[in-house]
Design a protein. Structure first.
Length: 267
């Protein structure tokens, strides 16, 4: 799903690290068993803010996995780019935010085994002439900046195409579509499917194009060579095996998960 590129200035990175240093938790066998988890809480239903509290599928999942591993977690909304800065700088222990595992990120970070299967899809008005990814050419497309959705559309339209509109978060991209400033939104299927389901009066539909968009797997983000990775890999697999994952999944998505492909990726 989400999230692909990381582009921060040195000034911003330094500022985030200074602000975050005081919140670092102890890991790797210390007495403090509370881990600092960072997220970008603007991606419902995975993570979002409700009355000042960070909630969502990812949040329930990380709490269950941490409990299985013998830890407690303190989840903090920091934003998309800053969560990468905190993990790299080791001022936070784990990042979770529907983060796609890819080779580019693995050069800098470690990931847990996969815990979620996703793909990008297209959201358009019900009367739109757009029926596939090929139809996006010469159309205005809104995406969240730094995501695999952005990357996929750049491959279709070109990275410098003036018709590609990039936004800080997916909510702003959808607002652009609603306001008539874009012809389509490309984003993770679960996010836009949930939006369409919860807002039927807005008359949007979802278009799937398996030839244009690859399958993606989400993972927990760790600093390179983190001692937590092995513990959490084991805990993730156990949460899948003991039925807790299916319970959390059904609570949020109202259907039973198909675990076959994810378990295959966990081997």
């Amino acid at each position: 799903m989400k999230k692909c590129k990381l582009a921060l200035t040195v000034v911003v990175a330094a500022f985030v690290l200074i602000l975050s240093a005081c919140g670092t938790s102890k890991t790797g066998g210390g007495e403090d068993k509370t881990l600092k988890v960072v997220t970008d809480a603007a991606y419902a239903p995975f993570e979002y803010q409700d009355k000042g509290e960070v909630v969502g599928f990812d949040i329930d999942f990380i709490k269950a996995v941490a409990k299985e591993a013998g830890y407690e977690v303190k989840v903090k909304h920091v934003g998309w780019d800053p969560l990468f800065v905190e993990i790299k700088g080791k001022t936070a222990d784990i990042g979770i935010s529907a983060i796609t595992i890819n080779d580019d990120r693995k050069q800098t970070y470690d990931f847990s085994v996969p815990y979620f299967l996703s793909t990008n899809k297209i959201m358009v008005p019900k009367d739109s002439p757009i029926k596939s990814a090929a139809d996006l050419k010469d159309k205005v497309v809104a995406v969240q900046n730094g995501t695999t959705g952005q990357e996929a559309v750049e491959k279709l339209l070109g990275a410098e195409n003036k018709n590609l509109k990039k936004f800080k978060d997916n909510n702003l991209a959808i607002m652009e579509l609603k306001g008539g400033g874009a012809d389509a939104v490309v984003a993770d299927n679960t996010v836009i499917e949930e939006y369409v389901k919860n807002n039927p009066n807005e008359n949007f539909v979802i278009i799937e194009d398996e030839r244009a968009f690859d399958k993606e797997f989400y993972g927990l983000l760790f600093a390179k060579d983190s001692k937590l990775k092995a513990e959490f890999d084991k805990a993730v697999k156990e949460v899948f095996e003991n039925g807790e994952y299916a319970k959390i999944y059904k609570n949020w998505f109202k259907v039973d998960p198909d675990l076959t492909e994810i378990k295959e990726q966990q081997k």
